[in-house]
Write a protein that binds this ligand. Structure first.
Ligand SMILES: CCCCCCCCCCCCCCCCC/C=C/C(=O)SCCNC(=O)CCNC(=O)[C@H](O)C(C)(C)COP(=O)(O)OP(=O)(O)OC[C@H]1O[C@@H](n2cnc3c(N)ncnc32)[C@H](O)[C@@H]1OP(=O)(O)O
Ligand code: FAD
Length: 664
């Protein structure tokens, strides 16, 4: 039935004010209003229509993406949108495009690694999109190991130029988004060679295509690397391959904030740490954490609404069957994901603050918090994207068979999202970075270096080694201090055990390789502690709105106790809690699921996703699922004709042959 809210009863059950929760989710009233306005703008614009993208072939899809990107840029200029609004417009356009890499990596790389003069030269062009750039780091042979890149940039004293070259097949740049077909320029990462001496990997700005006819410049071989996972998904992006054959660029196109090459060919390293060459990745990883909460919230919104609409079993005397959301198993799979979406939102907010803080410090030449920023962005990127990717797939299963239909929106969301576990650093490789950071912090404990920031708890090593949880009743697990102490003790003990085992190796690097599997578990425990702590800290703030804080408290407890339940082995083997305390946590968890149940629909409404952005019949705001699914099926191109193409050619002769055979 059109116009009827099939979820109205569910919405009436809510015990909190949804409009206030929308503001908490968005981060502020300003952020909410902005997001609401831009999402409606995109939803009402026919150019941004997206319900047909999964039926388009690659070329049509790519053209459709170019059209949307150009239209987005036109609307941004016509409406005079600021950066925050433009970023939202990109989010709601919901189709990866070359502009992501231009604005998300090319421009930030120049801002972060270029000198003032370089910024003045390149940013005005990039900001007006008079040039379009990408981020060309990964090669066919190396992605994770950035120091292993093979592309060379050799200084030519005579001409005052660098010569970019791809000496081997494996040195071909491979993967950069926007590179394949569109970018005119790239920030290229290459080994700096001066007088046969290798100074390691540095960033260079290279022009790839002519600004007149868009053809590749001499010496440049360039193209798309081919179809990726899924139908539409990331295939709207021209991930590319690039080879240089002794391509010359002026010396001033090496990004020289971190180190410089003089006219005489002298290499000068400034006081800025070498790691700033990796700064763009830190910036993007922080954005990816925020995006993880968005991606997960979409899947959870779809699965929650559909779980309230879908009924199976339990009808008595002609009454309705049971809503599947009332099954405890459904709740135990769905509600921790709902809680995780909120948890990642607040972790993302905090990470944004951390990133802003470190950037301000860097401007003031204080580099002390850079390692913490690297470890936190790497670790939280890894944790949140892994959970979001698995969570989207779980939401598909939570929707049963219909979840597998394209029109559920979930297959497309999954296909477009999962590379987040790989790009901007493989999730395992990033956790190993966190582990190195933790081991370093522990090794410095004895030298009197007090750990700070997210590792401060390691400074209370003795106390945490003595810790025994004093939980005696299920409700004790609702106390934030009880939860934080248990998570701190577990993380500290896991890291300290790794450090102790590492000390048994004469070569620490051998030990690190041997113990890598344990180390990533310790790193995961540390990252989970950060997310739990940041959620709890958020709840210590003033949160207005009827019942809003109470709901968030429930979600926070679910997030923490679900993790405790899932990783019960860690908590028991480290001796932080007893089996009895573990089962009390589980008992509390069940009670928390019951508390969420009446609020579930309102909690996903608070994400404020438009039907356009969700792109899901199962997740429709009005819950009018069945008529719309039925209608949608008839729109499939296969249903354009009663008899499909190919029937007369291939199937009819076969049927006729069978008939003839039967008559003989
Ligand atoms: C029209 C509309 C407009 C709309 C606007 C649209 C805007 C859109 C914005 C959207 C943005 C999102 C786009 C997302 C798209 C993603 C596309 C994907 C891009 C990519 O994937 S780019 C390539 C990414 N590659 C990687 O991530 C590689 C991973 N590997 C590494 O990072 C490193 O090599 C390493 C960290 C694994 C190891 O490096 P290395 O061997 O050199 O290092 P060591 O282990 O020896 O460490 C040396 C010390 O350096 C520290 N370190 C390492 N990394 C960093 C860092 N990043 N920052 C600071 N410090 C770092 C280590 O900790 C070591 O320190 P120590 O003290 O010496 O121990
Ligand atoms: C959709 C997409 C978009 C991308 N966009 C860009 C872009 O715009 N620009 C760009 O430069 N790059 C881009 N990339 C490349 C991306 O950054 C790399 O693929 C990523 O960093 C992983 O590196 P890799 O492919 O070398 O994986 P590998 O390092 O080869 O990983 C393979 C396996 O080895 C494991 N492994 C590797 N090293 C270790 C280790 N030390 N210890 C334990 N296990 C290890 C990994 O966990 C993984 O299981 C993109 C990739 C994708 C998928």
């Amino acid at each position: 039935m059109e116009g009827v809210d099939h979820l109205a009863d569910e919405r009436n059950k809510a015990q909190f004010d949804v409009s206030d929760m929308k503001i908490v989710w968005a981060g502020s009233r300003h952020a909410y209003e902005l997001s609401d306005r831009i999402s409606r703008l995109v939803a009402s614009d026919p150019v941004f229509k997206k319900d047909n993208v999964s039926t388009l072939g690659r070329k049509e899809l790519f053209k459709n993406t170019l059209k949307k990107a150009a239209h987005a840029w036109k609307r941004i200029n016509e409406l005079g949108l600021n950066e925050e609004e433009a970023l939202k417009l990109r989010t709601f356009m919901d189709q990866p495009s070359f502009t992501d890499l231009h604005w998300g990596m090319f421009v930030p790389a120049i801002k972060g690694q270029g000198t003032d003069e370089q910024q003045q030269q390149w940013l005005p062009l990039a900001n007006k999109m008079q040039i379009i750039g990408c981020y060309a780091q990964t090669e066919l042979g190396h992605g994770s190991n950035v120091q292993g890149l093979e592309t060379t940039a050799t200084f030519d004293h005579k001409t005052d130029e660098f010569v970019l070259n791809s000496p081997t097949l494996t040195s071909s740049k491979w993967w950069p988004g926007g590179l394949g077909k569109i970018s005119t320029h790239a920030v290229v990462y290459a080994r700096l060679i001066i007088d046969d001496k290798d100074y390691g990997v540095h960033g260079f700005i290279a022009q790839l295509r002519s600004l007149n006819d868009h053809l590749p410049l001499p010496g440049i071989t360039i193209g798309d690397i081919g179809m990726k996972f899924g139908s539409a998904a990331y295939n709207s992006m021209d991930n590319g391959v690039l080879r240089f054959d002794h391509v010359r660029i002026p010396r001033n196109q090496m990004l020289m904030r971190v180190s410089q090459v003089t006219r005489e060919g002298k290499y000068v390293h400034s006081s800025v740490p070498r790691q700033l060459v990796y700064g763009t990745m830190v910036y993007v990883r922080q954005i990816i954490v925020f995006d993880a909460s968005v991606a997960l919230s979409r899947a959870v919104c779809i699965a929650t609404r559909y779980s309230a609409v879908r009924r199976q079993f339990g009808s008595q005397n002609g009454s309705h069957e049971t809503q599947v959301i009332d099954y405890k198993t459904q709740q135990a799979r769905l509600f921790p994901l709902l809680a995780s979406a909120y948890a990642f939102r607040f972790a993302g907010e905090w990470l944004k603050w951390l990133y802003t803080d470190v950037t301000e410090r860097l401007q003031a030449k204080d580099f002390s918090t850079l390692p913490e920023a690297h470890a936190c962005t790497a670790g939280l990127k890894s944790l949140t994207t892994s959970v979001a990717a698995d969570g989207i797939e779980e939401c598909r299963k939570l929707c049963g068979g219909h979840g597998y239909l394209s029109s559920s929106g979930l297959p497309e969301l999954f296909a477009v999202y999962i590379p987040a576990c790989t790009y901007e650093g493989d999730n395992v490789v990033l956790l190993l970075q966190v582990a190195r950071y933790l081991m370093k912090a522990i090794s410095q404990l004895n030298s009197g270096n007090k750990p700070v920031g997210t590792t401060a708890y390691l400074g209370r090593k003795e106390q945490l080694m003595q810790y025994r949880s004093d939980v005696v009743r299920a409700e004790d697990w609702l106390k934030p201090s009880v939860v934080v102490e248990a998570f701190e003790a577990r993380a500290a003990r896991m890291s300290l055990a790794c450090a102790q085992n590492l000390s048994k190796f004469s070569n620490p690097e051998d030990g690190f390789q041997e113990l890598a599997a344990d180390l990533i578990e310790a790193a995961t425990a540390h990252c989970q502690l950060i997310v739990v702590s940041k959620f709890i800290e958020k709840l210590q703030q003033d949160i207005p709105g009827n019942g809003v804080k109470q709901q968030l408290q429930v979600l926070c407890s679910i997030y923490a106790l679900f993790l405790l339940h899932k990783h019960i082995g860690d908590f028991l083997t480290t001796g932080c809690i007893t089996p009895k305390q573990g089962s009390l946590a589980n008992e509390q968890l069940r009670s928390l699921y019951s508390q969420v149940r009446p609020n579930a629909i309102a909690l996903v409404d608070a994400f404020n996703h438009t039907d356009h952005y969700l792109g899901s019949i199962l997740g429709r705001y009005d819950g009018n699922v069945y008529p719309k699914l039925y209608e949608e099926a008839w729109k499939d191109p296969l249903n354009d004709t009663v008899i499909p193409d190919g029937f007369h050619e291939y199937v009819e002769p076969l049927l006729k042959q069978q008939l003839r055979n039967a008559r003989l």
